[in-house]
Design a protein around this ligand. Structure first.
Ligand code: GCV
Length: 716
């Protein structure tokens, strides 16, 4: 009897499409069978055979992906044909490769980028067809992935007319992966690059990594940490890099490396790395020649110089432009580019916020055309909320790349569910006023404001060797969001969340509604329980795990949390107005005016720009102290609500991932309470005001929270 019941349960679960276990390895490319018979029935008629032209490795991959996907989604083996014989033919290729597509020759596609694609439906010889036309083979692959996304998310494919072209040219992941396989700020296991076994051993993961990236339009990967190791530039390692490049090439992904500025000394035997020294210049020229002889489509270098102890041109009294241009000259003959990072904060400034602007603004216009300055979204360092970096509105003669951080160094690391698309969108939608109203960060980055064709967006990778790639199942969504936004920054967080959920978990409307709402609220929830009202950088020193607003023991003032919040008996916050460090001056007036007056400044940014009294009247009518208590508690309430909501979704999710997320949310709730209690107790020592009795009171003392130590927190 019991066995019968179990069989029945198995059968019911099987037909309802809920798998017993899903380890998350397949990411958003699961291609599980479509359960909805009506939808599957329609697709079965509309997708009967694939007529794909071209023989390149990329076209082979497109074919393979399509057949695998349709096999999974519809449970049928799709036939590959070379002429149009029936309804439901999907015709794919470039205009040049196929007569039918050649006759179509859509004008808009012609004017779009090499990577663009066009998808349309039409009757040809009385047959209904779906046409996927790329400007290049990689455009065809992108078109195939887009079409599969439509099917995977249950869209109507009867009448399609989609022209899609990436808004950004270089859409990159930046791995902070070390050669010993540790990952700086990595929370998902070891580096996926198994340098020891390369070049002879090609892990299946490399292929699946490339597929996943291509499916969201990522076309470049920086394999190594910006805190660079010159060994990667030695021949044995370049052979390993070349092996990876060979795997990625068919998927349209180029490899980039980080270049250690002092490599000519460390591996070249020179006495100097001075960028104006002829021998140094020649060394880099030879090295770059060697790289291109092994990797003809090598993308170029990402360079962190004179920042956090990394060597750079300033060591030789040269400036960033002189340093970057040396690499640019050597890369130019091969169409390689230099991504030069603007993340600098030496001790000269009276405000770390101002440092990047102070060093780079005077160099605007001095970089060679193949240099792009890579700027973090905010002026400090990937905080839960930052105003946009003032550099975005200040460098009209220099192309600027956007650097986001997917790995959650300051956002709860490996255990917190935080969907970052709203953070990315907030930065991209901010108005720099560089050329008047509407000069959004997105339009600076995509080159439209200053007319640049060299454009880039990068995400610091959150990928590791964990079976599901990103440790937290929902962290996959941040990788996904980066790719989708780099392709089209006009996509909404809502759309990205929805399509990711549908592909990664389930199409069920009730599931999607609740889980999407969880995702869309998650970032604000975290801001509230960690750093509300414009607080920043109050995480633990070094590993940045957990709260440490009291931190004041490190040698440099700007390494200490107290530097950032400046709480005292008079109030809290960093005065960056004219009466303070005047960092606001680095913005165009249109952008800074909304922040300049503490009575008008949006609550979200208040403490970024003002030191205000504990009794300061907030927009809500509450005093600052009461608002702070309210926000910290709102954050905790919200994550508890999210926890409950997730628990209500059990029937829609496979057991493995359901339990993973459930356990992680339990940790997140605990940590949110920890953040709230530790911060309020600490700030209370200055405000001297009670936490209003309507709120849960801390159950531990400040001394207890101060005594916590995490010497082995990951990613450090
Ligand atoms: C790779 C922050 C991180 C560092 C990181 C640095 C950077 O300071 O804590 O780990 O170094 O940013 O972006 O270069």
């Amino acid at each position: 009897m019991l066995i019968k019941k179990q069989l029945l349960l198995f059968f019911l679960l099987a037909i309802s499409g809920i798998a017993f276990a899903d380890n998350g390895y397949r990411l958003w490319l699961r291609y599980d069978r479509i359960n909805n018979q009506q939808v599957a029935g329609k697709y079965n008629k509309q997708i009967q055979q694939l007529y794909i032209s071209g023989n390149s490795a990329t076209i082979q991959k497109a074919k393979q992906e399509f057949t695998n996907a349709i096999q999974g989604l519809l449970g049928k083996k799709i036939s590959i044909v070379n002429k149009l014989t029936t309804d439901g033919t999907v015709i794919a290729g470039t205009v040049a490769s196929n007569k039918i597509l050649g006759a179509l020759d859509p004008k808009e596609l012609k004017n779009a980028s090499d990577e663009a694609f066009y998808i349309t439906t039409m009757q040809i010889n009385n047959r209904s067809c779906i046409l996927i036309c790329g400007n290049s083979d990689i455009g065809v692959l992108y078109g195939i992935f887009h079409f599969l996304r439509l099917v995977n998310t249950g869209q109507d494919i009867t009448k399609l007319d989609i022209l899609s072209s990436p808004k950004i040219k270089y859409r990159l992941l930046n791995h902070w992966d070390n050669l010993n396989r540790t990952v700086e700020r990595g929370y998902a296991g070891a580096s996926i690059w198994d340098w020891h076994k390369l070049p002879d051993y090609i892990d299946q993961r490399y292929i699946d990594y490339a597929r996943a990236n291509a499916s969201i339009g990522i076309n470049g990967t920086v394999l190594t940490n910006v805190n660079a190791n010159a060994t990667i530039l030695t021949r044995p390692y370049l052979d390993k890099v070349a092996a990876l490049a060979n795997v990625f090439r068919p998927y349209g992904i180029r490899v980039f490396l980080t270049a250690r500025f002092s490599a000519p000394i460390e591996i070249g035997g020179l006495k100097t790395a001075d960028p104006l020294d002829a021998a140094v210049q020649d060394w880099w020229k030879q090295k770059i020649k060697e790289i291109y002889s092994l990797i003809p489509d090598f993308g170029g270098f990402l360079i962190k110089a004179n920042s956090e102890g990394q060597p750079g041109p300033q060591d030789y009294k040269r400036n960033h432009a002189q340093g970057a241009n040396m690499f640019a000259d050597a890369l130019a003959p091969y169409q390689g580019i230099v991504l030069w990072r603007a993340f600098v904060y030496s001790q000269q400034s009276n405000d770390r916020f101002k440092q990047a602007y102070e060093e780079f603004k005077p160099l605007d216009g001095q970089f060679k055309p193949n240099v792009i300055l890579q700027v973090k979204n905010g002026p400090i360092d990937f905080q839960p909320r930052e105003p946009f970096s003032p550099l975005f509105g200040a460098m009209p003669h220099t192309p600027l790349a956007m650097e986001f951080q997917l790995t959650q160094e300051y956002l709860g690391q490996g255990t917190h569910l935080v969907f970052e698309a709203p953070l990315f969108k907030e930065a991209l939608n901010a108005d720099t006023y560089e050329k008047g109203k509407g000069s959004t960060v997105a339009k600076i980055v995509d080159g439209t404001v200053d007319n640049f064709s060299l454009t880039a967006m990068a995400g610091v990778s959150n990928i590791g060797s964990d079976i599901n790639w990103t440790s937290h199942p929902f962290a996959q969504a941040n990788w996904y969001a980066l790719g989708r936004l780099a392709w089209d920054h006009n996509l909404s967080s809502d759309q990205i969340a929805e399509e990711w959920l549908e592909q990664t978990f389930s199409n069920d409307r009730s599931f999607v509604a609740v889980s999407k709402s969880i995702m869309l609220r998650s970032r604000e929830t975290l801001v509230n329980y960690m750093t509300p009202l414009g607080l920043a950088h109050i995480m633990y020193n070094g590993h940045h795990y957990g709260p440490m607003p009291w931190g004041n023991t490190l040698g440099r003032p700007d390494w200490n949390p107290v530097y950032y919040h400046k709480a005292d008996s008079a109030g809290i916050g960093f005065n960056r107005t004219v009466t303070g460090t005047n960092a606001l001056e680095e913005y165009q007036q249109g952008a800074s005016s909304s922040w300049a007056d503490s009575n008008k400044c949006a609550d979200e940014y208040l403490l970024w720009f003002h030191h205000v009294s504990w009794n300061h009247r907030m927009h809500s009518g509450k005093t600052l102290w009461n608002e702070l208590c309210f926000r910290y508690n709102a954050g905790v309430d919200s994550i508890r609500k999210i926890q409950q909501q997730w628990n209500s979704l059990e029937r829609f999710v496979d057991a493995e991932r359901f339990i993973q997320v459930k356990q992680l949310l339990n940790i997140q709730v605990k940590e949110a309470v920890w953040w709230r209690n530790a911060c309020l107790l600490y700030f209370q020592t200055f405000s001297k005001m009670p936490i209003p009795s309507v709120y849960e009171q801390p159950d531990k003392t400040l001394e207890y929270y101060k005594s916590l130590r995490f010497p082995y927190a990951p990613g450090n």
